[in-house]
Design a protein around this ligand. Structure first.
Ligand code: ADE
Length: 230
């Protein structure tokens, strides 16, 4: 890869990139600041997309247009797989929009109507790099799995259980599947890295407030390790 795009949705998620990237320039488009520079000797552009699928989609397309040839996403998520604890890492194998619901017309939950693909596959080589990084950094506190995205903060035991049982999700967040879909539309390889800030249950809002910074650090450690081996 000649130029690597890195996205986080919130300030906590890109804070460590601001500290570690040697900046060479920046540009602004659609209200998003794109910072250009070098990380471990590699050309990167990183940015804060803002929260939600629309922000993530616009940000991803603009990164692709700026010439990145792969995209890494770093951030926090609510654990959906009950085996996951706060701080653990999920590496995306696929991404699905859990709030895409045209079931009244006979489409499957999550299916984008009239589209053959609605579960978007992360790049296998990037997934492997991320899993290797997880092994080096966290020895087993990680899983690969399906990242579920929607414009909703999940904070209910019943909802999180249905996301696990009906959709087979590993974690829930608000951007990954939008990044994934735009990457698929552009044939751009991507992987989503998420550290768990909460369990998407009745305590999610409290845990999110307490653990977002710590989880963001864990996710950044994976990105930083990937950058040394990519
Ligand atoms: N990001 C972190 N925790 C989340 C949750 N519970 N739901 C959606 N996005 C999240």
């Amino acid at each position: 890869y000649n130029k690597i795009g890195i996205i986080g949705a919130m300030v906590e998620e890109i804070d460590l990139l601001h500290k570690h990237v040697e900046k060479t320039g920046s540009f602004e488009k659609a209200g998003i600041t794109y910072v250009e520079g070098k990380l471990h000797g590699r050309d990167v552009i990183f940015c804060k997309s803002g929260v939600g699928k629309v922000n993530a989609a616009v940000c991803t397309q603009l990164l692709v247009d700026a010439g990145v040839d792969c995209i890494l996403f770093t951030g926090v998520a609510g654990a959906v797989d009950p085996a996951l604890n706060i701080g653990d890492i999920v590496v995306s194998t696929t991404c699905l929009q859990h709030d895409m619901d045209v079931t009244p017309l006979g489409f499957a939950r999550g299916q984008i109507p009239y589209q053959e693909v609605w579960e978007f596959e992360a790049d296998p080589a990037l997934v492997q790099l991320a899993l290797d990084a997880c092994e080096r950094q966290f020895q087993g506190r990680s899983v690969k799995g399906k990242v579920l995205s929607g414009d909703q903060f999940i904070a209910s035991r019943d909802v999180v259980r249905s996301l696990y049982e009906e959709l087979g999700g590993a974690c829930a967040e608000m951007e990954g599947a939008a990044v994934a879909q735009v990457c698929a539309m552009n044939s751009t390889p991507f992987v989503i890295i998420r550290a768990m800030s909460d369990k998407a249950d009745g305590s999610a809002h409290v845990n999110f407030a307490e653990f977002t910074v710590e989880a963001s650090v864990n996710s950044h450690r994976i990105i930083d390790d990937i950058m040394q081996h990519i």
